[in-house]
Design a binder for this molecule. Sequence first.
Ligand SMILES: NC(=O)c1ccc[n+]([C@@H]2O[C@H](COP(=O)([O-])OP(=O)(O)OC[C@H]3O[C@@H](n4cnc5c(N)ncnc54)[C@H](O)[C@@H]3O)[C@@H](O)[C@H]2O)c1
Length: 356
Amino acid sequence: MPIDHQAQDQTPTVSVSGTGPVLVTGAAGFIGMHVCTALLERGFDVVGLDNLNTYYDPSLKSARLKRLAWYRKFSFYKLDISDQLEVLKCFEYERPSLCVHLAAQAGVRHSIKDPFSYRDSNLSGHLAILEACRQVETVEHLVYASSSSVYGERPMESKGFSEADPVSEPASFYAATKRACELMSTSYSNLYGMRQTGLRFFSVYGPWGRPDMAYYIFADRARLGLPIDVYNGGEMQRDFTYIDDVVEGILGVCAHPADPGENRILNIGGDEPVPLMEMIACMEENLGVILEKNFLPKQAGDVLTTHADISRIRNMCGYVPRTRLEEGISRFAEWYRSYYAFQSAAQISLVSENGS
Ligand SMILES: NC(=O)c1ccc[n+]([C@@H]2O[C@H](COP(=O)([O-])OP(=O)(O)OC[C@H]3O[C@@H](n4cnc5c(N)ncnc54)[C@H](O)[C@@H]3O)[C@@H](O)[C@H]2O)c1
């Protein structure tokens, strides 16, 4: 008999009618860890996959995994999603009912330096997940990460990027791979009737965040007493989305699956573009420092502005971003201070144990 997994206390209720676990790729990543935690808190069995690569400090990934290991219902595979056979074996063994696919080589700027890692993780990896979902027919719905970067360069005054807008001018190779994932998914929905949802995330931030993103770099520079680089003279804005809102949106989408044969594309944003200099001021206030700024020209691959039109996801599952930037940055700063205080305390005790 199909098990109906229900939320224990929080909304929204995620229901998965199959008996299998939820499989989350990129589980040791920023968004992946938060999604796994929310699912585990709601009583789901969760299988996490990640290759724990060294794109950024792998000790942060290990620390995230340690938190997930507290849960009895969490299991983990260290696995590269571009390894098609290993991915298939894992799906065949676990027989998941739902797949939340977040593993990818992220980062706009890095894609100019190392495009082949994007080919492997984003193109081959996405295809391996599609094939595993097709062959192991237990997966009822594939929810995967896309990106606001697919919208490309828009004038500063542009408002409300809509899913119906043209997206054929990627400004970076990262954006091109994310758009390619959406198209690969559409072909699999057309060919095999798969239910899929692609989520275009807009600058997700918060505790346990990604160290290559601007807000995290600014915090690092403040901790080390170093100046920050501010590109395009600070003339940029971003639609920042707090991690808890993103998780609620993902769970909401899981609770309202796409139709058979549909690859539904949805924006998930904060609905309020914030000028970069305002974000920096907010960081300074929360970290209690004034950062020295190196004003530099715009970097290749960067876009001037992002702003999500979120009406489609709101109508689909009632998604409403609730966390304003001031509150979200304050929670990030609080986490950052305690995480790095703990790390340096651990280092100090290690040094004294070694007698040096
Ligand atoms: N954070 C954002 O603002 C943002 C914005 C747009 C899109 N996204 C997308 O959301 C997803 C999650 O992003 P995140 O911010 O949590 O990034 P993240 O880098 O923290 O997480 C991604 C995880 O995937 C893993 N991974 C990468 N390649 C892999 C591979 N070949 N096999 C197995 N694991 C692999 C990494 O080790 C990492 O732990 C990504 O697909 C990213 O492109 C994120």
